[in-house]
Write a protein that binds this ligand. Structure first.
Ligand code: HEC
Ligand code: HEC
Ligand code: HEC
Ligand code: HEC
Ligand code: HEC
Length: 238
């Protein structure tokens, strides 16, 4: 697990290139913040119930696929946040056998998951704070991007290495257009869209002989885009 962060930081020069100008990097409490106008919400990390939902543990260490919880991400504009029932599929008392942190039935674990069991028993939902937000006047469809082979990583960063999720990218209009003008090298094979570690091995930089993945090359993916990503105002504002 410790290996994830250093690897993730290798991506920083790439991110710097995307800003398209000189950017200042400041280390704040172990996190990185990009101080350019478009990036003012980068690093946003609201306080969450239960101290935050641990993606590093669930999606990273345990390897649970993103779509196990974010079930709508391939079908609709919005990805969904899972209900308490999804958590209870594993966190019902006595259910977990495998232990990551020494004893799933142990006191520490029971204390940490009590807010889930309480919410479920009282038929309440857990009020997670929203992190990523595009204003209502702009339209962002998740499914189109995910189905085209844009990895979650491109827009959300190394989620599988985050003990608590924060906003990794600016999500401003300039940021959307940066990719829309030049999407080619941002695509990954369809079966790797939710594999956030794979994405770091830079498919496009491989020699041609090593580029095929399950019969797909980057060039095939580019050819399979339904059309060029839109740059006309009406595609995102209507
Ligand atoms: C076992 C369930 C589960 C899995 C697996 C999971 N997530 Fe999540 N995810 C959640 C929950 C619960 C939240 C809400 C709490 C939070 O924001 O931390 C969330 C929040 C998020 C958010 C922030 C939403 C916002 O408010 O802006 C993103 C982005 C996200 N997940 C991406 C991913 C990605 C990418 C993966 C796969 C690498 C993944 N998730 C795997 C349960 C899961
Ligand atoms: C597919 C099974 C699975 C699902 C679904 C799942 N978890 Fe977990 N969760 C685990 C396992 C395994 C552990 C590690 C247990 C241990 O510590 O040994 C864990 C640990 C935790 C912990 C203790 C955290 C820590 O750092 O030790 C919390 C809190 C937690 N999960 C919250 C949630 C929430 C909230 C959801 C629903 C959004 C959820 N889990 C869904 C399997 C799951
Ligand atoms: C092209 C960029 C992009 C990609 C790729 C992407 N997301 Fe998002 N995601 C966003 C943006 C932008 C928002 C804020 C959307 C809004 O406010 O309507 C968001 C919001 C979310 C949310 C909060 C719920 C919502 O829909 O607002 C979750 C959960 C999420 N993304 C999960 C994922 C997962 C899982 C993947 C990969 C399977 C993924 N995203 C791929 C850009 C992206
Ligand atoms: C990392 C690359 C990337 C980023 C970032 C990105 N997009 Fe896209 N977007 C694409 C690609 C690739 C397509 C074309 C998909 C296709 O034609 O199959 C697309 C298509 C679209 C479409 C057309 C949908 C349709 O039905 O044809 C809209 C609208 C859109 N994007 C909005 C946004 C907005 C808004 C943002 C920023 C919040 C954004 N995108 C950020 C890569 C990206
Ligand atoms: C790929 C999607 C996309 C396209 C194409 C696009 N926009 Fe935007 N636009 C956004 C997003 C996302 C925001 C909200 C984030 C922000 O404020 O940067 C936004 C914000 C804006 C704002 C508010 C800016 C501000 O600073 O508050 C205006 C005005 C605007 N767009 C005009 C346009 C015009 C005019 C065009 C055509 C030349 C256009 N947009 C094309 C996605 C897009």
């Amino acid at each position: 697990m410790a290996g994830l962060f250093p690897k993730w930081m290798n991506a920083l020069p790439t991110l710097g290139a995307l800003v398209g100008g000189p950017a200042v990097v400041v280390v704040v409490a172990g996190g990185w913040y990009w101080l350019t106008p478009d990036y003012f919400e980068v690093g946003y990390q609201p306080v969450q119930p239960g101290g935050g939902y641990n993606h590093q543990l669930h999606a990273g260490e345990l390897g649970i696929d993103c779509r196990y919880c974010h079930t709508h991400v391939e079908e609709s504009d919005h990805a969904n946040i899972p209900s308490v029932a999804t958590c209870m599929g594993c966190h019902t008392e006595g259910k977990l056998r495998a232990s990551v942190s020494g004893g799933p039935g142990g006191d520490r674990h029971n204390r940490m998951v009590s807010f889930i069991r309480d919410a479920y028993a009282q038929d309440e939902s857990i009020e997670w704070s929203k992190i990523h937000l595009v204003p209502d006047y702009a339209h962002f469809p998740h499914h189109v991007h995910v189905n085209a082979g844009v990895s979650c990583y491109s827009c959300h960063g190394q989620i599988a290495g985050m003990p608590v999720v924060y906003q990794a990218e600016g999500l401003g209009m300039g940021w959307c257009l940066d990719c829309h003008r030049n999407p080619e090298e941002r695509l990954v094979p369809p079966d790797k869209v939710t594999d956030l570690v794979w994405v770091e091995h830079n498919w496009f930089d491989k020699p041609t002989s090593e580029r095929e993945h399950n019969g797909v090359t980057p060039e095939d993916l580019v050819a399979s885009l339904r059309r060029d990503p839109p740059q006309n105002c009406g595609a995102c504002h209507y």
